[in-house]
Design a protein around this ligand. Sequence first.
Ligand code: BEZ
Ligand code: FE
Length: 297
Amino acid sequence: MRDGKDPDMTTEFTTRITDAVVDSLDGTADPRLRELLASLTRHLHAFVRETEPTMAEWEKAVDFLTTTGQTCTDTRQEFVLLSDVLGVSMLVETINSDRDGGATESTVLGPFHMTESPARVLGADIDLAGGGEPCVVSGRVLSRDGTPLPGAVLDVWQANAEGFYDVQQPDVQPPGNGRGLFTADAEGRFWFRTCVPSPYPIPTDGPVGDLLRATGREPYRPAHIHFIASAPGHVPVTTHIFVAGSDHLDSDAVFAVKESLVQDFADTDDPALAREFGIPNPFRHARFDLVLTPERT
Ligand code: BEZ
Ligand code: FE
């Protein structure tokens, strides 16, 4: 408590403000919205009471949020990035994921799923620009009891071998580079070609970068490929596979690594298989199944 004030009176007054704001929400028609806003009010007010920001600090906080909003564009989502680096995205994702176990674990969506992935045929190469280490990703989409899910849809996106998404380099990469929308075959199988992704730093030229620098944090994410898998009658999963052995697996800037999502991108020397996939031999091969939970009826 700051000097020169009666602590009891200040506490009583600030508690009255909190109660008044919470009471003012009584007319909210949607009960869930009322619950969320009332809880947010109580937690925010408790934070202010605990940390007692100065007016200058509060103005700085407002400026920070203002700049965060102003940094957002059609191809950049600085608020998602802020939620990611504060671990909030990962909390929300985990709270909403399959709690019974057995399905593929979820992880953050991230800020780069902001453009529609182009539909591609199974086996297509999403590394449109070439130049990266050739790789095949293959597997099946299954229901939790092991039943294949024909026609499951996989939305895939990744950074190029230099660690940039197409939307970050519109003058360098063709639109849709590193992206594809695939439909699993009659046995729930999928396969596509790409390049082995690299670790990369999240964007640091905006307010989130300032936050990382002010806190001495590193911006790096381990190498990964993003997926959203969906199938009729099943809960979709938003996830990644991480490249086993990648740098930063234990220091992801957005806290998104789960052990079960780390996959071997195995060195493969198999000319017959390479011919089947239409890829130069030798190549790297990541094989894994995506498992979805049936919707509750
Ligand atoms: C991504 O993996 O695309 C990502 C996730 C969170 C923050 C920044 C990037
Ligand atoms: Fe990513």
